[in-house]
Write a protein that binds this ligand. Structure first.
Ligand code: FES
Length: 162
């Protein structure tokens, strides 16, 4: 699926999944985070059109749902790359080489935090403590946690993600 996927709205499968989630709660809106994540798993990000449609299914206003989506930094409101690098931006990692690691990632990939490589391969995002402080500096690539990431290990690490 293209990084720049068109804002095409929900599929019938999306609608069915959201309706099933909403039925689990007395108030449909209680399913809002699960619904956002379910749609994101299918489409990789939450477009404005999808957000409006999800909100309507959950009896929420688009602004209310956008507030939730914006609060949770794991909900992507813009297209993202095939792989997402979440670089820990908290104190233990600051003390153990975060700045050098971030600079190395930026230099290797030609992107800054919040950006996606031109080939759609990686998106770089900051994240608060990953709970891997004893192996700082740490980062997450998709679901995989990596610790003690030194700049000279980056090329080998990134090469595993195509
Ligand atoms: S501060 Fe980076 S993993 Fe905890």
């Amino acid at each position: 699926m293209s990084t720049a996927e068109l804002d095409t709205g929900l599929t019938s499968d999306d609608v069915s999944a959201i309706e099933a989630l909403a039925r689990q709660y007395e108030h449909k809106r209680a399913a809002c985070i699960e619904a956002l994540m379910a749609v994101q798993r299918r489409h990789r990000w939450i477009s404005d059109q999808r957000l409006r449609e999800i909100a309507a299914l959950l009896d929420m206003s688009p602004d209310e749902l956008d507030g939730v989506a914006t609060f949770y930094n794991l909900v992507y409101r813009r297209p993202v790359g095939r792989h997402i690098i979440q670089l820990c931006d908290s104190v233990s990692c600051w003390l153990t080489g975060h700045d050098g690691l971030r600079a190395a990632i930026e230099q290797r990939l030609g992107i800054r935090p919040g950006e996606t490589t031109a080939d759609g391969r990686f998106t770089l995002l900051p994240i608060v403590c990953l709970g891997h402080c004893d192996h700082a500096p740490a980062l997450l690539i998709d679901e995989a946690l990596h610790g003690e990431v030194e700049p000279d290990k980056l090329d080998a690490l990134l090469a595993a993600y195509r």
